[in-house]
Write a protein that binds this ligand. Structure first.
Ligand SMILES: [Zn+2]
Length: 381
């Protein structure tokens, strides 16, 4: 019997949106929660203490990258990801599969696992369901993900079927390995991943398979991988409705406000994306009235904060004109300030979502938020 790590607190009567509490080895996480992405055990340009002061308690790191460099041995010797990076709250690590499948020229899928060549030095490696659990255990991840196969948008039904079946087989093997690591003292939790591509029968089968393993949490994979928004919504609605309600639900790789609202509406509890930090570095800043492109000449003499409604330290201290100047000169400080503001915006957005659910007003919040956000986007164009 695996202990439950999730408690649903409140459900909005108008949809499946819910608040909850996720209990993890490095502290509790209030859900719905957005997870910043720290690919190399660092959320780019942001220090752990700043993430903590923004209210984050769970961040994501990438197994593929950390496996290749610096390698699990270094991280294990440093005291796991927490000792290595200084982030003392929770880490979720992905399985590495998604990165490998995005390098199709370098990999081969076998029943045993996936063989691939490093993008760094061309060296050959194999990731199996078992060694992926061992690697994430060496990282001391609070949540680790089972190795899965994410079939691309547009995949044939036959190939999608094979990927879904292999994902199930690998999840079973991952569970066995994880249970043996738990017996040796490892405290973290394993989540399984639902696949099935864009075929309803396969999605349904995958949910049944992964749910039958009774793992601590379930993720939906293979969405937001390049499909049109209508397909994202359709398959999210369909898949999320089949998931057991007593487990935390994780939707992988979404980060724009409209996709997040759709996910929360369907009862998703946690989600991650590089979007807020990557767009920040590329000059896009979030505001409650839409995004602004800071390099535009119109901001050269704009002495307002990025978002007058934002309570972050960046908005209290600096102006759009200064950010514009830093960006135009490729100053390092620009990336630090922009990332901090965009992440604060996401933390605040998630907090407002939780408040709206608690107040039974999620739908009116979502409508109001998106109306203002989208109207501002249009005004920018
Ligand atoms: Zn701000």
């Amino acid at each position: 019997m695996i202990e439950s790590i999730f408690q649903e607190m409140h459900r909005d009567p108008s949809c499946s949106a819910r608040t909850g509490l996720l209990s993890l080895p490095h502290g509790n996480v209030q859900t719905p929660a957005f997870m910043p992405v720290g690919t190399n055990a660092t959320v780019k340009a942001v220090e752990p203490r700043d993430l903590e002061s923004m209210g984050f308690s769970l961040i994501l790191a990438n197994t593929y990258h950390l496996f290749l460099r610096p390698g699990p041995e270094v991280i294990s010797k440093a005291g796991g990801l927490h000792g290595f990076s200084g982030w003392q709250k929770n880490f979720l690590t992905d399985s590495g599969g998604f990165q490998i499948f995005s390098l199709p020229q370098f990999r081969k899928i076998l029943d045993e696992g996936v063989r691939f060549k490093s993008h760094i030095d061309g060296s050959s490696h194999i990731l199996t369901p078992e060694n992926v659990v061992d690697i994430q255990t060496a990282f001391n991840s609070d949540i680790q993900m089972a190795l899965d196969i994410c079939a691309p948008w547009g995949e044939s039904e036959n190939k999608a079927y094979r990927a879904t079946m292999l994902t199930y087989d690998w999840a079973k093997r991952a569970k066995t390995q994880w249970l043996s690591q738990r017996e040796s003292g490892y405290q973290g939790y394993l989540f399984g991943i639902v696949q099935g591509n864009f075929f309803r029968e396969l999605r349904k089968m995958s949910v049944e398979q992964i749910a039958s393993l009774d793992l601590p949490g379930i993720a939906i994979g293979g969405l937001s991988i390049g499909e049109p928004k209508e397909a994202y919504i359709e398959y999210l609605n369909f898949t999320a409705a089949l998931l057991p309600s007593d487990k935390p639900r994780y939707l992988m790789g979404i980060g724009t406000p409209d996709y997040i609202i759709e996910a929360v509406r369907n009862g998703i509890d946690i989600f991650d994306c590089v979007y807020p930090t990557r767009t920040a570095r590329n000059g896009l800043l979030f505001t409650s009235k839409g995004q602004i492109t800071i390099k535009k000449a119109m901001y050269k003499k704009d002495f307002e904060p990025i978002d007058p409604d934002c309570s972050c330290r960046v908005c209290k201290t600096y102006t759009r004109a200064y950010l514009h100047h830093l960006f135009r000169n490729n100053e390092i400080l620009y990336s630090m300030l922009a990332s901090q503001h965009n992440l604060h915006f996401m933390a605040d957005f998630a907090s407002k979502i939780r408040q709206a659910i608690q107040a039974d007003s999620f739908e009116s919040f979502a409508r109001g938020f998106l109306d203002t956000y989208n109207a501002g986007m249009e005004a920018q164009e």
